[in-house]
Structures are given as structure tokens and as C-alpha cells.
Design a protein around this ligand. Structure first.
Ligand code: MN
Length: 326
């Protein structure tokens, strides 16, 4: 038996003020390469691997591209995951080995499915002065992790609620449902709260949720979250109340899903189930395998994979799984 049964896990405790929110702090990660972009990463971290199937949350900006140089990510591969690009400001040109050529703009979902293998480039356009947004990854469940490449674009209609404007890019919230399908039950939405605005949302009680605050201070079920912090709420609540504690509009991205029970190995741009999966994907990228295809129209070389660590990479799940000893 897992000693951390539902209801006793961190974040799942009820108190007089409601369910407890676990605050996950970001760490700064320089992306490297010729430009100097640094992101704030809140997932994965030691305390948490997943929120639903969401396995990666990078938050960046607002960056003045005249200073940072903006984004210029040369051809690189992905396996076993989907990428979500969501911008608050700026514009990114996306190209991939499916042949997609798209412009990522604020308020527009761009969802790329890597599946068995894909490669892509992401470059902020010359029109961009301020670059500001998030990059999110979704782990594909084992039965679909070798699915074919795919790319979807969706512009959600803003939903106006008491005190809030909501854009649902995946799943359902506030009466809106994204038409973009997911491989596991998922939620992804941008929420902008009026100054001192409060909104209470009906949520799926089987979902766990994460609120990444972009701007302002937002109270999530009784816990104040500052910009770049990620609040985590375990399954069990059928509602979520968010309050902007500031005099200016506040903004956040809400992610959610049913707890992802599988363990994964996540290394560089690959998600697999074993160290051997990662070794194989790395070798095939280095060899120029058709597994990842080719990106047309990018004026530069592919990004070589870094060296593997000497040790075998162990699969990981959420901490409750790690404590599950027999
Ligand atoms: Mn990528």
C-alpha cells in the first residue's frame, strides 16, 4: 500500500479555510545558445513531477528583445510529449517536420504533438518588442506515446465572468470547451482578473490543478500566490475561487488534469519510459534519423543532443509514488 493515500497527500488536507494549496517556487534556468534568454521553471521540480499530464512549465518575460535578443531555438527533437506555446506578448514563428509553419500570437493555442518523433524551430519575429509567455509540455500516456506528429491551432473566444476574462485553450471551464483533443483529461486556460476581482469556477473534482501567476498577487483557495509562483491543489474540490489582491489586472494560467499515474524518464527534449528509450532517441537524433524528420526554412544547424549522464536515468513520478515502498 502507498502510505500517502488520497486525502493525506500534501495539498489534499482540508482545514477551516478550505483545501491547502501547495506553493511551488520557480528556479531561473538559462536556455543557453547564442541568445541570453532565461526562463522561470516551476515544473518539474523535486516536490512535483506532474499536474495531470502537464510535466513542464516554463514562464518567461516580459523580456525586451532589444536587450535579450529574443527567442531563436534551432531545429531540435521531441518524443513522447506535446508542447503548448501560449503568449501574453510578442510573436513566435514556428516550423516543424510535419511541414507546419505557424505564427504563435497572444491568446492563440499552438499545440504540437511529438509522439514517436518530431523536430521544430521557434524564433521570435522582428515585429516582437516584448516577449512574454509560457511553454508547457504534456506527457503522452504510454498507449499513445508513439502516436503520429500533429499540430493544432485554436483561438478561444474569451469568456467574460464576474471579475474575470477566461480563455480555455484545452479542456472545459466556465462554460467553454476547447475543440482540441487531448490524450488524457486535461485543462488549460488563461485567466485575467479585474483589480480586486474574484471569481469562483466549477472544476472537475477528479482533477488536480496548478495556477501559475504571471502578474499580480492572486489568492487561490485562501493562499496568496505571487508572480511566477505555481499553486498546486490536489483533487477533491469541485470549485476554485481566485481573487486578485492588487489594484491592477492580474493574470494567471490554470492547468489541470486527472493525476498521471505513470512514471516517465524526461531528459533534454525527450519523454520516455526507460533510460534505454532516451539512449535510443538521442542516438537517432544524432544520426539524423527519419524518426524526427526535417524542418524546412530555418537558416542554421540543428541543435546537437547533450552528452548523457554516466548514471542510468531513473523513471520518476509524483512524490507519493516514490514513497510507495513495499
Ligand atoms: Mn521544442
Amino acid at each position: 500500500m502507498d502510505p500517502a493515500a488520497p486525502g493525506t497527500a500534501p495539498g489534499g488536507e482540508e482545514s477551516a479555510s478550505g483545501p491547502r494549496v501547495e506553493v511551488l517556487s520557480p528556479r531561473d534556468v538559462p536556455l543557453g545558445g547564442p541568445r541570453a534568454m532565461t526562463v522561470r521553471r516551476t515544473l518539474p521540480q523535486r516536490a512535483r513531477t506532474f499536474i495531470g499530464a502537464w510535466c513542464f512549465i516554463d514562464h518567461y518575460g516580459p523580456d525586451d528583445v532589444a536587450e535579450t535578443g529574443g527567442m531563436d531555438v534551432a531545429p531540435h527533437p521531441h518524443t513522447g510529449l506535446q508542447t503548448v506555446s501560449w503568449l501574453f506578448s510578442g510573436e513566435i514563428e514556428h516550423r516543424d517536420s510535419l511541414g507546419s509553419h505557424a505564427f504563435v500570437r497572444p491568446g492563440e493555442l499552438n499545440l504540437m504533438t511529438g509522439g514517436h518523433g518530431i523536430s521544430h524551430t521557434e524564433v521570435s519575429t522582428p515585429r516582437t518588442t516584448i516577449l512574454h509567455g509560457v511553454q508547457l509540455w504534456v506527457a503522452l500516456p504510454g498507449e499513445h506515446r508513439d502516436t503520429g506528429r500533429d499540430f493544432r491551432h485554436h483561438v478561444p473566444d474569451p469568456v467574460h465572468r464576474d471579475g474575470a476574462v477566461i480563455r480555455v485553450f484545452l479542456g472545459s471551464l466556465a462554460g467553454d470547451t476547447s475543440p482540441v483533443p487531448a490524450f488524457t483529461p486535461l485543462l488549460g486556460a488563461e485567466i485575467v482578473l479585474e483589480p480586486h476581482g474574484t471569481t469562483t469556477l466549477d472544476t472537475d473534482a477528479s482533477f488536480e490543478h496548478g495556477l501559475l501567476v504571471d502578474r499580480g498577487t492572486i489568492r487561490m483557495s485562501g493562499t496568496s500566490l505571487r508572480p511566477a509562483e505555481l499553486g498546486y491543489l490536489a483533487p477533491g474540490s469541485g470549485t476554485l475561487t481566485l481573487t486578485n489582491e492588487t489594484d491592477a489586472p492580474a493574470r494567471a494560467v490554470l492547468v489541470g488534469g486527472t493525476p498521471f499515474e505513470e512514471r516517465i524518464v524526461m531528459w533534454w527534449n525527450f519523454v520516455g519510459r526507460s533510460h534505454e528509450d532516451i539512449v535510443r532517441a538521442r542516438e537517432e537524433w544524432q544520426a539524423g534519423s527519419e524518426r524526427f524528420g526535417h524542418v524546412e526554412g530555418y537558416p542554421g544547424d540543428r541543435i546537437p543532443a547533450p552528452s548523457l549522464p554516466n548514471a542510468t536515468i531513473a523513471p520518476r513520478g509524483n512524490p507519493t509514488h516514490r514513497r510507495g515502498t513495499r
